[in-house]
Design a protein around this ligand. Sequence first.
Ligand code: ADP
Ligand code: MG
Length: 599
Amino acid sequence: MNRARIARMPGRVAERIAAGEVVERPAAVVKELIENALDAGAGEIEVRVLKGGKHLIEVADDGCGIDPEDLPLVFERHATSKLADESDLERLVTFGFRGEALASIAAAAEVTLVTRIPERPDAVELVSHPEHGARAPRPGARRPGTTVRVEHLFGHLPARRKFMRTDATELQRIRDLLRGFAVAHPERGLRFYAGDRLQWNLSPGSLDDRLAALYPDLRFLVADYETPRHRITARISHPHEHRGSPQDLHLLVNRRIVRDPLLRKAVQQAYERVLPPGRWPLGAVFIDLDPALVDVNVHPAKTEIRFLNPGGMFAELRDRLAAALREGRTPPGMGNPQEPDRLVDASPPPAADVADSGAAWPSSRRGRSGLSGPGPTLPGWSMPDGAREGPSKQGDMAPPDARDHADWSPDLQPLGAIGQRYLLFREGDALVMLDQHAAHERVRYDRIIAALEAGQAPLQELLTPAVWQPEPEELAGWRIGHDWLARAGFPVEDFGPETLRLRAVPIWFRGNPLQAVRDTLRELGRIGSSEALGRQAHDVAAGLACRGAILSGRNVPLAEQLELLRQLRETPGADTCPHGRPTWRRIEPAELDRWFGRS
Ligand code: ADP
Ligand code: MG
């Protein structure tokens, strides 16, 4: 074997190897350049890419610029203006601090940097080549700020070039990244060109404006709160909207985009039993806290973080978001149709991955504060006549505030049913459709959960108690689950040898009680232990809610339809069934107009 000698690498080789760690693809370059622009205090940022960023990435900002005296250092590794001494590492407030990005990019591509500080009338241009290094600075022209142009990424590194995907894929990654920055920094303007085409032109504004511009069809619910340690500002999607990945769930810790698994899980758990399994909500969760309480230094790309007290943060976030889902508060002034930003030529999201958002939902649900108590759930179902008059360019984006003041008197007019599945109602000019089974299931499920939480349920005694001899599996289920069942409102008693007795059911219960209870006992028997029941209680409750709920394929008499409506209104989180499917939809006249080409 040929043993080679150990030697130090030539500096340039080491540079090029290291470059791949920071900039492994065009989106990574964009990320570093945007972060530099943000650190420079830019108010407007313009991004331009060609061929998915492989040919060109250009980021221009109106930030503080770079002092000509510092220019010789910009492409140097570990040269930064953001870290004076070690103690700064404990309280990072800038996005950059490693002083590596420009050095890595310059090792991987041709870079042209034009910069001007406001104090000077002229700009300076610096050109660098991955093999020949930087040329001497030249005078250039620019308004104050900095433009960094990165051309032919990995042009000299065929091995790395191979790892880039198609132009379209790289462009998609850049777009996803920019969407994150756009959400994280609504107070900064962002323009984005791909080729010659202006993709977005986002003017500075509020978070709600920015979300409306990026996600024009979506409505978000508000969950803002503050503790002594941190402040949370959250806008999370209505349960009718979800995606197959957490891509559009923007988590921001001190404005830094993070992909923290723990935070993601907290959000996902808030939506448990509200979204179908495996689906993700959309939205933005800002966590602002003392920088000393998080460590962003964990991951080189700085997308993972470490909280000092992760457990407390987790449970609190989950519970607060879950509460926000029940409350259904929409942002004040949201949907105000005054000149909202619009994406120009926003590419359509992949169709298969987007929950159908054709129909809108009634806006925020419960009455305000404690005034109406646990009151009605579905707002706008009883809009007073004329409340929705006036020009609303956005149809279903009418100001939600108007609907919050609806008086909730049930004036939906039943129109009939179709397919023995969907109940139709007229609400003013809108059409409201209910999935009869899903709706009833949700109502029953919530009552079971409420009873379990309260430890008891209002009961009705059966006229003749049901007495039966259980099968072994039912008996096994009874042993581990009779307490649970009793709390849920189904007291099943030991009634002599091998005999059980059911004497009462919850007052809301309709259907065949014995059948529902025996099926549930069998399910409990299969679960096998009380620990497992603890974990699967929600599934058992969902099963119990399903048994005896109005079935699809049944004609529902009018009185029952109205009863279902009434119950649904009183049910928190009534928008989806326990499996996450929508219980109802509203179709606005504007939507109908679109169908018929009238808008
Ligand atoms: P870091 O951001 O970690 O400091 P970089 O390599 O990204 O390292 O940048 C090196 C230095 O160049 C920064 O510390 C900053 O002083 C300067 N710089 C880079 N981009 C800009 C910009 N757009 N505006 C002003 N200064 C910049
Ligand atoms: Mg940087």
